[in-house]
Design a protein. Sequence first.
Length: 262
Amino acid sequence: MNGIQTSARGGRASLRTAGGGGLRGAVAAEWTKLFSLRSTWYFLLTAAAVMGVTATCVGVVTHDAGASVADPATLATVYGVEFVVAGLALLCVTGEYATGSITNTLQCVPDRARLMIAKSLTVGAVAFAAGIVLAVLGVVAGAAALEESTSDGAQVAGRVFAVAVHLMLMSVLTVGLAAIVRSSAGAITVLFVLLLIVPTILQSIPLDFLTNLAQFLPQAAGTQFLTADADLYGPATGLLLLAAWTAASLTLSTVILGRRDA
């Protein structure tokens, strides 16, 4: 890896970080690894297909004359696209454990916090950029499918930005979960349980405390942020809750990674 030099002293090898190392070098390495894989492009193309198809379907079945052309894109994000993008984030971590390349990664970037930050920055940046493109695609598909709709430029731009932020935070949250679980199957299971199963179970129990608790889980928080629905606690609180879940996932994974893979 660029910036890493190996020297031998007394028959033992040690790694020395040369110029270009640190966080910048770690991010560059993660970027190279991410875009050297064909699966990255497959995931992004799949996300585009899911957005186009789902937004079109939502537009067809929506008969609300007051619907925004951005509504299909936001619903498609919550009920499909976010899982595809999360799958890409997941494989950035679990793929290294599956192939054993995580050993080389940890040798080159022994600081666990720096490694997790580098992975999060890389995956988050890709998810954000992809989110802008996907949201615009969803708006176009939704506008073409809706019978009647409203189109406010500022509102649409805000929703496009919200989709990108939502996908970015969900991706970083997934990076943390993947580092904790380490296996693709396990991480996918935990993600689905956290986002879908647990909220469903809590809402099915006739106890107000548990029903209310479900509204503060990542999926509900993300939906509040995306749809700008103020009936519960509004988009600003939704964004803060989703960011808090993401920070907790990243912090916990960093601590566990340092203790388990030290």
